[in-house]
Design a protein around this ligand. Structure first.
Ligand SMILES: Cc1cc2nc3c(=O)[nH]c(=O)nc-3n(C[C@H](O)[C@H](O)[C@H](O)COP(=O)(O)OP(=O)(O)OC[C@H]3O[C@@H](n4cnc5c(N)ncnc54)[C@H](O)[C@@H]3O)c2cc1C
Length: 419
């Protein structure tokens, strides 16, 4: 990549899926774009680690959710990408100090579907409140609550039912062979990106917009900002003039939830016996993990911890989340399970200064904040990123669609100026 230019048409801040999608759409229409990315890689929260364990490990996103209506799934199909379309069915649940029997596990699986139906129905018809207050009664209520935490990142008592209801869900959760991060990188390989180029200041006080970085200042007619609400809330980027109060309130209403992943590299004998199975472990309160064996039909299992409990484990330090998952697997399968694990790796998304969490959720009363966050300021500052995608927040396709939406807004504005 050549040095940083001093002027361009449009600056894109962030080379995650939203930024890459916006840049790609603008470039396709002949707009000159400079993409500024703080990290040393593209993809943002889509990042495949090929060295941590013996198989590619997506440290961030791994599924193309709602595959039936997911534009990236259509693109992947056209590119002949190999997908793994495993169903979400639990075989093992250890809760309240005991393993559930077969009939109970079936009940547990059914409860999840009922639970989402009830939340969605309440979200569409009732005054906004926290998900926890509408969860249907069941012996599995406390254990199954963690599905909310894994999908939303926030705890059930902190997440808005209106936000859940505005998400458009559809059939299909597809894993991408070789990793979703690698897929994203290949998809946008032709978009030039200035890596290790963090933006510290955005100035819209003059006729255009300026982005200040340690490598120099770039001026443009417009800027598409795609950083997470965690980064916006931390104010690591300063704005002149300050962002409107409505924007700051929107950021406050869309805190970053936490999902951390633990990769467990099993030996082949174990993998063969448990391929595709899912196990849950719940001790008490918020302490849960879910483990899925044979990700992408490989030897690697991936465990998930979410919400406040994930924050607690991350604060305890490296290895704490892995140890909790191993404790869970030992409870389900016996202590011998540890002998079958060759290598482990874990993520710490809260501590990542470039995201400060995993994905956004809306606090009760805050679901409309996604639309407010998406609104352009002054016709030169445009916003994209998963948090702005009301019907697909916290996802890769939501980020993708938000980038395309922001690119359309830039183009409309440009056409109007040129009329
Ligand atoms: C553990 C985990 C699991 C997930 N699982 C799934 C899943 O299975 N399926 C799914 O659909 N979604 C999943 N998601 C969510 C999905 O990854 C995100 O919604 C999506 O990738 C967000 O893309 P984005 O472009 O909006 O933001 P980002 O990917 O965060 O991109 C923003 C970019 O801005 C950069 N940046 C930050 N500050 C600055 C600065 N000052 N200057 C310049 N650049 C800056 C960042 O480095 C980043 O690259 C998961 C996320 C996590 C963390």
């Amino acid at each position: 990549m050549t040095g940083l230019p001093t002027e361009t048409d449009v600056i894109v801040v962030g080379a995650g899926v939203a930024g890459l999608s916006a840049a790609s759409a603008l470039r396709a229409r002949g707009v000159e774009v400079v993409v500024l990315e703080a990290a040393d890689h593209t993809g943002g929260r889509c990042v495949t680690d090929v060295t941590a364990v013996s198989q590619p490990f997506d440290k961030g996103a791994s599924w193309l959710h709602s595959a039936q209506i997911n534009p990236l799934a259509r693109i992947g199909e056209r590119m002949d990408v190999k997908f793994h379309k495993s169903p979400w069915v639990w075989q093992w649940v250890h809760a309240g100090g005991r393993a559930l029997n077969h009939a109970e596990v079936e009940d547990y699986n059914t409860y999840q579907d009922t639970m989402w139906d009830v939340i969605n129905q309440a979200g569409a018809t009732q005054k906004d409140c926290a998900v926890a207050s509408v969860l249907p009664d069941s012996p599995w209520r406390e254990t199954a609550k963690h599905f909310v935490e894994q999908m939303q990142g926030g705890d059930a008592d902190a997440v808005s039912i209106h936000d859940v209801a505005q998400y458009s869900d559809a059939e299909g959760d597809w894993l991408v062979a070789g990793g979703l991060g690698a897929f994203v990188q290949s998809l946008f390989a032709d978009v030039p990106v200035h890596l290790a180029c963090p933006v510290s200041k955005i100035d819209t006080s003059g006729p255009g917009v300026k982005a200040v970085t340690p490598k120099g200042t770039v001026s443009a007619r417009g800027l598409v900002l795609t950083v997470s609400t965690g980064v916006l809330a931390a104010e690591t980027i300063s704005f002149t003039p300050a962002l409107p109060v409505s924007k700051l309130q929107a950021v406050e209403n869309l805190p970053m939830g936490l999902l951390n992943k633990i990769a467990l590299d099993f030996d082949p004998s174990w993998t063969k016996a448990h391929q595709g199975q899912i196990a849950d472990y719940h001790t008490s309160g918020d302490a849960y993990c879910t483990t899925i064996f044979g990700f992408y039909d490989t030897s690697v299992a991936v465990s998930f911890v979410a919400g406040r409990f994930a924050d607690q484990l991350e604060e305890e330090g490296s290895g704490a989340a892995t140890e909790f998952c191993l404790q869970g697997l030992s409870a389900v399968f016996g202590n011998d399970v540890r002998k079958h694990i060759r290598k482990t790796a874990e993520t710490a998304w809260r501590s990542n200064p470039l995201t400060l969490g995993s994905y956004s959720y809306a606090s009760p009363g805050g679901a409309k904040a996604r639309r407010v966050l998406a609104e352009p300021v002054d016709n030169k500052l445009f916003f994209a990123g998963e948090a702005t995608a009301s019907d697909a927040y916290a996802t890769v396709h939501g980020a993708f669609k938000s980038g395309q939406r922001a690119a359309r807004e830039v183009l409309v504005q440009r056409d109007e100026l040129e009329l």
